[in-house]
Structure formats: structure tokens, C-alpha cells
Design a protein around this ligand. Structure first.
Ligand code: XMP
Length: 316
């Protein structure tokens, strides 16, 4: 009889049999957090969690994640500030797959350094879900790769780390329910998913500090407006991306050439397919007004009305 309670019990009992220390990369999202809590139930302090601040997270997220772990789970937890490393490697890079590749590589480097200093580790835990496994083409061969998901594989073999993926047969909604049973706070469980490469794939073209800041502030506005109107929990994801081209706006009686912000709100069950959310126009209007008024150098706000397929949820 397959129930989530049985899944938890069996997984904890399986994991408690393993030998050696486990290193877990915390992304700040639901998946890696639930994976870590599950593993900690099985092996306690033999699990060490590391959170890499890559500078590509949502506004103030690094602080929130750090506080969350310090105050809640009593885990062996370390935050590494690697902002400069990531941003300097991404300088001048415009190709989306190249950006994903760089972020993935840098993650692996930071992990590897941490593992060497704090090891020995025998396992690397990851919050990989079933859709990631399928989309990465693991079961279908390289031709089936849709986008490079950095969080499946990619580790240097000389580290001799084995991959522990306790959530690899679960969908997102199941992971949330597992987290709930294990006492993970709702605030984290019901936060929208966020891609591993972070804002690198939500800023089109080169990742400049200016565009990065716009993406953070505009996304915060989208998130806030959905929370206050009661829409946040009804949608799968809601954020603002920043285009690589510019549009003309008027400020007073002056023409100003500013950035284009793309508001993306989608409904989905498991991220395999998605439909754009038919938000009431009053909410769209508030979002648009707030972004152009409160965020520096934005001329246009556009709402994305492409579904998946043929589009993907993330712009890159
Ligand atoms: P796409 O853009 O492929 O995204 O429709 C599907 C879901 O996956 C998230 N996503 C990622 N998650 N690493 C992740 O952990 C990634 O590289 C990545 N790329 C996309 C995306 O936010 C959406 O929920």
C-alpha cells in the first residue's frame, strides 16, 4: 500500500542503513529542504548542509534561508557567500545554455571545495524530483535533454560521492505533503519553486547588476501583489523577468529609454505543462504601475501569454 506515511517511514529506514557522512546542498527551496529534513531524521549529524549564496536568488532570500535554518531545524548548516565568484564568471555571457552551464559548474566547484575541507563525505544529497529526472533525459538518453538541469549529476568522479536523491520518485505536491508531515514551516513549503540557475535564466542577455536588481525588485512586487490579493497560493509560479532590449517611456515630458519587464504567472500541476494565469486586469494594472513607479529604469511591463508547450515556464 503506497502512502506518503509509508514512503517516509521506508525512506528513513533505508537511509539510516547507509554508511558515512552526507553532504546536502540547500538551494533555499522546498525540494532540498525536505530532502535534508528527511535525511536528518535518519542519520542526524552525519548530515551536513551547505547553502551557496550565488547572488542569483530572490530579493533577501539568502538572509531568509539562513535565518530559517538557524532558527528551525537544528541542523549542521553552513552558508557560503559566493556571490562574487558567480557574478564575475557570468560577466559578458549571453547564451542561456552557457549561463546554466556556468552556474552548474560553479556550484560543483563550491561544493567540491566544501567537501574537501569538511569531509570525508560518502554521499551527496539532492532534492531531485521526478519531473527533473524525466526532463534531464536520464531515462531517455542525451537526445531527450530539454534544458540542462544542473542538479542532476555533474559531480567530479574523483570525489567518490554517491548521489542520494530521496525525492526522485515524487512530484512537487507530494514533496510539500511530505514536508508538512515532517514539520517544515508552511512559509517555505508554499513558496513557489525557483530554478537552480536562479536569476541568471530570468535576465535575458548579459547579467548586469542593474538588470539583476530590476528582476529582484519587480519579482518582489509581483509576489506581494499576488499574496495580498489571495492569488499567490493558487498559481504555480509568479515572477518578473528582464528583457535584453529596451523600450521608450515618458517621464514628465521627457522620453526615456528603459528596460522591459516580463511578468510571468502560470498555473501548473507538475511543471511538465503550464498555462498562463488569467489574472484579473486590476491586479495586472497594479503590478504594472508599481513596477514602473518603484523600480528604477523600467519603461515597459509586459504580461507573458505563452503556455508550456510550446514555451517553457522559465524564459531561458
Ligand atoms: P521549464 O522552464 O523547463 O521549468 O518549463 C520547469 C520547472 O522547473 C524549474 N526549473 C528548474 N529547476 N533547476 C531547477 O532546480 C533548473 O535548472 C531549472 N530550470 C527550470 C522551473 O522554475 C519550473 O518550475
Amino acid at each position: 500500500d503506497w502512502t506518503l506515511e509509508n514512503f517516509i517511514e521506508n525512506t528513513i529506514s533505508e537511509i539510516s542503513k547507509i554508511d558515512g557522512n552526507v553532504l546536502c546542498g540547500i538551494s533555499g527551496g522546498v525540494d532540498s529542504t525536505v530532502a535534508a529534513v528527511l535525511i536528518q531524521k535518519a542519520i542526524g549529524d552525519k548530515l551536513k548542509c551547505v547553502f551557496v549564496d550565488n547572488g542569483l536568488l530572490r530579493l533577501d532570500e539568502e538572509m531568509e534561508v539562513n535565518n530559517m535554518f538557524e532558527n528551525n531545524f537544528g541542523m549542521n548548516f553552513t552558508m557560503i557567500n559566493a556571490k562574487d565568484r558567480f557574478l564575475s564568471r557570468l560577466k559578458g555571457v549571453t547564451d542561456p545554455e552557457q549561463k546554466r552551464k556556468i552556474v552548474g559548474e560553479e556550484f560543483v566547484k563550491v561544493f567540491t571545495e566544501f567537501a574537501e575541507k569538511n569531509g570525508p563525505f560518502k554521499w551527496l544529497a539532492q532534492g531531485t524530483l521526478y519531473p527533473d529526472v524525466i526532463e534531464s533525459g536520464v531515462s531517455k538518453g542525451p537526445a531527450a535533454v530539454i534544458k540542462t538541469h544542473h542538479n542532476v549529476g555533474g559531480l567530479p568522479s574523483w570525489l567518490h560521492l554517491q548521489v542520494l536523491e530521496p525525492l526522485r520518485f515524487l512530484y512537487k505536491d507530494e514533496v510539500r505533503r511530505v514536508g508538512k508531515i515532517l514539520g517544515v514551516p508552511d512559509k517555505l513549503l508554499y513558496r513557489h519553486p525557483f530554478p537552480g540557475p536562479g536569476l541568471a535564466v530570468r535576465v535575458m542577455g548579459e547579467l548586469t547588476p542593474e538588470k539583476l536588481q530590476i528582476a529582484k525588485q519587480a519579482s518582489k512586487i509581483v509576489e506581494n501583489e499576488l499574496v495580498v490579493s489571495g492569488w499567490y497560493d493558487k498559481v504555480w509560479q509568479a515572477y518578473a523577468a528582464v528583457g535584453d532590449d529596451r523600450a521608450v517611456g515618458v517621464v514628465g515630458d521627457e522620453r526615456k529609454y528603459g528596460h522591459v519587464v516580463l511578468v510571468r504567472v502560470v498555473d501548473s500541476i507538475d511543471a511538465m505543462t503550464a498555462d498562463w494565469t488569467r489574472l484579473p486586469s486590476e491586479i495586472l494594472e497594479r503590478i504594472s504601475n508599481r513596477i514602473t513607479n518603484e523600480v528604477e529604469d523600467v519603461a515597459w511591463v509586459s504580461y507573458v501569454i505563452s503556455s508550456k508547450p510550446p514555451a517553457t515556464i522559465e524564459p531561458q
